[in-house]
Design a protein around this ligand. Structure first.
Ligand SMILES: Nc1ncnc2c1ncn2[C@@H]1O[C@H](COP(=O)(O)OP(=O)(O)OP(=O)(O)O)[C@@H](O)[C@H]1O
Ligand SMILES: [Mg+2]
Length: 234
């Protein structure tokens, strides 16, 4: 039996229910778990609650019932990196995420350098953020999480604004980081081709995970019963 089977889950969502003050129910006794070292993807139609679930996991929203367990610290990557990167240069942005930790300067430098190296951006330490491509910006956001020694990465459609080449580069790189560093990632996507890079997938519908498991099986099934918001070619 592998450690994937015996470890405590790195992310556990147990019977979580969430509704907006308007009464709109988004999650209805939703459960899933991601094991340490797994790269999992979360799919579902527009409005099915994927972002809401990630925000609950990140503590940005509070569920009305159910329990959430995850191994901190966690890293969160948004669809639009311009909503996430706040400092003028690559190096300063990654360092900014370490401010709360009150680390010695030498440690900050070492962590920033190592994290940028991990996402192949070591050579762009001094580059202004505005001069980066979309894919490079997403890698800076991921470097921020690595610098904070995040064990868990939550990524909400991180490739949505990327061209197809950058999209594939990012998904491959995140897979590599997860495997090399024994991280755990939950990646939201609408792009079915990305499923080829993950270990397991979850399909969210009507507030619950209605299907989970082998990503190829889920990809083929979704392709054969296409819903308008899931595009196999993109
Ligand atoms: N701040 C908010 N206030 C009220 N309702 C909201 C708010 N944000 C999202 N919703 C609603 O909650 C439901 C779930 O939204 P959510 O953003 O989680 O869906 P999603 O699966 O991420 O969709 P998409 O694929 O379009 O990103 C939707 O009906 C949405 O309209
Ligand atoms: Mg969303």
């Amino acid at each position: 039996m592998t450690d994937l089977m015996t470890d405590t889950p790195a992310i556990r969502v147990d019977q979580v229910s969430f509704q907006w003050p308007s009464g709109t129910v988004v999650l209805d006794n939703c459960s899933l778990q991601v094991n340490p070292g797994e790269f999992c993807m979360l799919l579902g139609d527009n409005g099915s609650g994927k972002s809401t679930l990630l925000k609950i996991l990140a503590g940005l929203l509070q569920a009305q019932s159910g329990t959430i367990t995850l191994t901190p610290p966690l890293g969160y990557v948004f669809q639009n990196p311009d909503h996430q990167l706040v400092m003028p240069t690559v190096g300063s942005d990654v360092a900014f995420g370490l401010v709360d930790e009150k680390l010695p300067l030498a440690t900050i430098r070492q962590r920033v350098g190592e994290a940028l190296h991990a996402v192949n951006l070591g050579h762009l330490m001094r580059r202004p953020i505005y001069a980066l491509s979309g894919g490079q910006k997403q890698r800076v956001a991921i470097a921020g999480a690595i610098a904070r020694h995040s064990n868990v990465l939550l990524l909400d459609e991180p490739t949505a604004l990327l061209d197809p080449d950058s999209q594939l580069e990012l998904v491959k790189q995140v897979r590599q980081l997860v495997k090399d560093r024994h991280l755990t990632a939950l990646w939201v996507t609408h792009r079915l081709m990305e499923l080829d890079y993950c270990d397991r997938a979850f399909l969210l519908r009507q507030g619950r995970v209605v299907e989970q498991g082998d990503p190829t099986t889920i990809r083929h099934r979704l392709e054969s019963t296409l819903t308008p918001s899931i595009h196999p070619q993109s």
